[in-house]
Design a protein around this ligand. Sequence first.
Ligand code: ZN
Length: 232
Amino acid sequence: MDSALSGFFLKPNYSSLFSLFYALLPFKNMKLICIGRNYTDHINELANERPEEPVVFIKPDSAILPMEQDFYIPEFSNDVHYEVEVLVKIKKVGKHIDKKFAHTYYDEVGLGIDFTARDLQSKLKEKGLPWEKAKGFDGAAVIGKWLPKTDFKDINDLNFSLLKNGQEVQTGNTKLMLWEIDEIVSYVSRFFTLKKGDIIFTGTPSGVGRIATNDYLSGVLEGQEFFHVKVK
Ligand code: ZN
């Protein structure tokens, strides 16, 4: 067989095998899908405009701070901010999910931090460039423990907060979201196929602020600590 013909026969087979391979590995290549500006007061705080659609960005899986590890402020930033956020974990593959079925795509709720190199993000925003370097760097995603959503009366009424060195610096409630969790799941699935193990960061309320070496951060959801992290 000449090379043109072998290309014709082998290429489609190769790519479909490749897709099959990934379809069978739902835990590999998970992604973090993050929502920006999802609480009114946080929009005012950063002087952003209320968007017509959710602001969506992705962090790579390498951004996940391993459990119980300290967070090291990266050398490229002097202004890393904490953003405490409610998380949901996707439990099955989905695309173009209707809002009324969105709740069947996740059954665990968590809490985490979307660390943001604010100085770098501002520079990138000014130039109209993507934020990835400011949001997706190593360690920029703190993910705490998970609980079944059935442990909570109403996921659209969850109180959560972030404590810095024992002082409450952020408080929020999921009922104050501009886009509630089911709307987010539905919306992002129009663009990205959701896969088992993907995690959605649902946005942060007001009170974001800078961290410094030796800070101790802890996140509380409905009265329970979900994570703690030391800053180095
Ligand atoms: Zn955020």
